[in-house]
Ligand binder design. Structure first.
Ligand code: FES
Length: 165
């Protein structure tokens, strides 16, 4: 994002109340995530510690600090789905997409993107579709009663062509 564009966005949110949230939301909408260099620039411009922007960005699950892939695969890790085999779905997805996590974050969340930027694998809490557990979502499409064996055919609907990712 050009510094000038950032200025334009800042200019749109003149009141202190909700100003930072408004600006962050705007950047996220425009770029799909909150890039580090833009946050740095914003912190400088608003004369705020960068850490404050980070704590806001990590507090609201709406924000993401990493670029997402073209398709986002979200596995429900709510209790019902967990019991019905969500961890096996995650293992299968990691295998087929060729992504590996260094370590699970403290709260069990993960966000992994394939090297080619095509797919992001992430987790979420209950989708409210527990009766179809285990459930996963690709972009805006929900899949229920998913088994690890069904993963390749689901991915193929989203352009996946095999294990070379
Ligand atoms: S726990 Fe997965 S949809 Fe409710």
């Amino acid at each position: 994002m050009e510094p000038q564009r950032l200025e334009e966005i800042i200019g749109r949110y003149p009141t202190p109340t909700g100003k930072i949230l408004g600006i962050l939301e705007h950047i996220q909408r425009e770029m799909g995530y909150l890039p580090k260099d833009v946050l740095k620039l914003l912190a400088k411009r608003l004369e705020l510690p960068l850490s404050e922007l980070y704590s806001i960005a990590t507090f609201y699950s709406f924000f993401t600090l990493e670029a997402l892939g073209r398709h986002v695969v979200t596995v429900c890790m709510g209790t019902a789905c967990h019991v019905k085999g969500a961890p096996e779905l995650v293992a299968s997805l990691k295998h087929h997409l060729g992504v590996e996590m260094d370590e699970t974050t403290r709260d069990g969340k993960f966000l992994l993107t394939t090297d080619d930027g095509e797919y992001t694998l992430t987790s979420a809490r209950c989708f409210g579709a527990c009766s179809m557990a285990p459930v996963l979502r690709v972009d805006n499409k929900i899949f229920g009663y998913v088994t690890p064996e069904r993963i390749p055919s689901i991915l193929k609907q989203f352009g996946w062509e095999g294990n070379h990712h």
